[in-house]
Design a protein around this ligand. Sequence first.
Ligand code: MG
Length: 206
Amino acid sequence: MPARPAPRRHAARKTPAGPPFRVGHGYDLHRLEPVPPAGDGRALAVGGVHLEHDRGPIAHSDGDALMHAVTDAILGALGLPDIGELFPDTDPRWSGQASHAFLEHAAGLARQAGYAITNIDATVILERPKVAPHKAAMRANIAKALGIDPSRVNVKGKTHERVDAVGEGRAVEAHAVALLRFVSARRASAAAAPRPRAKGRRRPGP
Ligand code: MG
């Protein structure tokens, strides 16, 4: 009696199933100093929004603490090295880098791992100027960099009640939490709509 043919094996999945959800936390702080000519502070950017202020962050990149915190939240959820390891401040490529590039890179790493971003919740602590009038624009900027709807991004603004360095206006601080859900690499990539690239203003990305 002829041997029965071996059952056909299904092709191995290219992306092993990961945990259904992963959560990550990010934190950042940048010292604020007077802008030129009085000091070396960069123009104050928070969530990709330029805030008029006589002080700005000391940073290798543009010093956007909110975008850095969100980037680290996503990297943390993926169990990857943090933003300082991926984009070291000793690398001239990141000098003055607009921070949406870091977010775009983190979102790409999430998609490669098969994860979609469910939502982001972030808090900016800045004594002045007020964050509230700019929250919608910050949410839109972060969502655009991540390739998700702004409804999935929340930004809250607080002061530090005039105490400690942040309250004395000597620093800007941000916290962020990211929740990712496993959808498979193919679906995660398909979910990211292609975005037009700004012309002329981009430096070499990661
Ligand atoms: Mg930073």
